[in-house]
Structures are given as C-alpha cells and as structure tokens.
Design a protein around this ligand. Structure first.
Ligand code: GRF
Length: 202
C-alpha cells in the first residue's frame, strides 16, 4: 500500500476526487491522514465521512505560512501516519524549508492555471482579466518558490466569452479532478522521475 497525506484548507472537492478515484480504480493507495489548518474546512468532514483520519492543526500566528513549530507538528503527524507523498489540495499556506526538506520531491500541488502563467491566488480570475483564450490546471512538485516546482501534468481549459470567475473556476476544477488523482496514481506506481526541471512519466 502506498500512503498519501492530503492537506486542505477548504471545500475539498479535490480530496473527494482522489477518494473516489482510489475506490473506483481499486488502487493500492491509502489516504493515511487529512490535515487542515482551518477547523471549519469541509475537507475534514469529507474525510471523516469516509473513515479517514482527519486532524486540524491551526496556526494563528500567520495567515499564509506556518510558523516553524507548526511546520514541525505537520511533519510529525505525516510521518507518524507513514505518509510517503504529501498532496496539497487547496492548502492555503506556503510551505517553507523545514517542511520541504522532510519530504524531498515528495510534495505535490494542484494549481488552477497553466503554470508558469498566473501563479498565486485566484488564478482563474487572473486569467479572465488578462484575456487569455485558454487556461487550465497544473499538478507540480512543490519547491520553495510559489507555484514554481517541476510540472507533472497539465490540462487545458478554454475561456469562453461570457465566462465569470465562477464559471471558469468550475470548468477548471472539472479537469483538476481528473489530473490530480491520475498524477498521484502515476507517482504511487513508481512511474514518475525528475531530472532538473523536467518530469518524466513511464
Ligand atoms: C483548487 O482550485 C486548486 O487548484 C487550488 O485550490 C482549489 C481547491 O479546491 N489549489 P477544493 O478545496 O479541492 O475544492
């Protein structure tokens, strides 16, 4: 069994997509723990409903990062639960050195744009305001930059003339729910390797 940990701050639709895909495909992947920094994250409820261990570790000191002590706490819980791959699914804090060094090339994220375009927050809104014809989503390894790690998978989504930020985000999320579970599966099956910035898939 390959054990993953999921970190989520919000509604957790990606978490749900991962849970459903593991079940549908009968994969040898276990979600060992779901951790949130937000006590009211619906992701925690989703995990509990599925019988998955769900823990809230808040960090009141900062809004967009974790303080060092809290980072150590996250790492401890992930390791105690034998997590081999950390999956960020709408986790709204940037991970720092302590965290990243504990899971070298073992942290991935789903981002709602075709990176390197539109890193940061509300990328669907950025894409709409910029006027691009196509945007999408990216699964990438996490390094110390913001949305800058090596790219594993991407999917393209058209921007339609009457799109609102909400309709565009919804269309992007439909693709996220396909490529994120798939990327996890590829890593779990040992089919992904990294060389510099390039990711190779067997
Ligand atoms: C997604 O749009 C993801 O790309 C971004 O945060 C959002 C999380 O959505 N990183 P959900 O909580 O999985 O529904």
């Amino acid at each position: 069994m390959f054990t993953i940990g999921v970190l989520a701050s919000g509604k957790g639709t990606n978490l749900q997509a991962i849970i459903d895909y593991i079940k549908e495909e009968n994969l040898k992947i276990k979600i060992g723990v779901v951790i949130s920094d937000n006590p009211s994250a619906y992701a925690l409820e989703r995990a509990e409903k599925e019988g998955i261990k769900a823990i809230c570790i808040p960090c009141e000191k900062y809004k967009t990062i974790l303080d060092k002590k809290t980072e150590i706490e996250y790492v401890k819980v992930l390791k105690e639960n034998n997590v081999e791959l950390v999956c960020l699914a709408g986790f709204m804090r940037v991970l720092k050195k302590t965290f990243i060094q504990n899971f070298p090339n073992r942290i991935i994220n789903i981002h709602p744009s075709l990176l390197p375009a539109f890193p940061g927050l509300e990328s669907w809104r950025q894409a709409l305001e910029y006027g691009v014809r196509f945007t999408g989503c990216t699964v990438h390894f996490v390094n110390e930059g913001i949305d800058t790690g090596p790219i594993i998978l991407q999917a393209v989504v058209p921007v339609l003339p009457d799109d609102t930020p909400e309709t565009l985000h919804k269309r992007i999320q439909e693709k996220e729910h396909i490529i994120y579970p798939l990327a996890i599966r590829l890593i779990a099956e040992g089919r992904v390797s990294i060389s510099g910035r390039k990711v190779y898939i067997k």
